[in-house]
Design a protein around this ligand. Sequence first.
Ligand code: SAM
Length: 189
Amino acid sequence: MFKGIIPFAHHLLKEVTNEGDIVVDATCGNGNDTLLLATLVGETGHVYSFDVQQQAIETTKQLINQHGWNNVHYIHDSHAKLETYLQEEHKKKIRAAVFNLGYLPRSDKKVITEAPSTIAAIQALLHNLEKGGRVVLVVYHGHVGGKEEKDAVLQFVTNLDQQYYGVLQYGFVNQRNDPPFVIAMEKRQ
Ligand SMILES: C[S@@+](CC[C@H](N)C(=O)[O-])C[C@H]1O[C@@H](n2cnc3c(N)ncnc32)[C@H](O)[C@@H]1O
């Protein structure tokens, strides 16, 4: 069977991420992607985990602690400020990053990712990505404000120069109710 959206996003991250890598969860929410990344990079790696909601940071911390990892830097701030938080020795060394756009299920639906900060964060990530590194987005867009963000992000990634970036889109086109889809960018040189 075709891979579902989340399994496919995780597959794209697993393919390029190794022990010791520097990676980013741009929207940690309940911490599931942070846990995947922490496991992939191990104790010699480093995960930057962002969220604008304190509750999301706390939930993620708990999950990571339960699994005994000690390789996550939690940042209660917007992913748009990535470069402010990136350690000097990690600049241009990011291997992979993941976003889940939209709102955190079972929390305040008014706190959503928005195009200006999402695109600023993607730009900062692409600037700091290693050759062969990937930025993976799971785009949820059925909520209020979701369409505007989806359209702006698609316009931005469609215009990335193919000489430098491969960009793909993966999703089910016959699914009802604004199904989420994946956008992935890979740095070519
Ligand atoms: C769809 S949820 C993430 C789900 C998460 N990956 C998980 O596995 O549970 C989107 C998250 O993005 C966060 N968010 C919204 N705007 C943000 C921003 N500018 N910077 C960082 N996080 C943001 C929200 O607080 C929310 O927790």
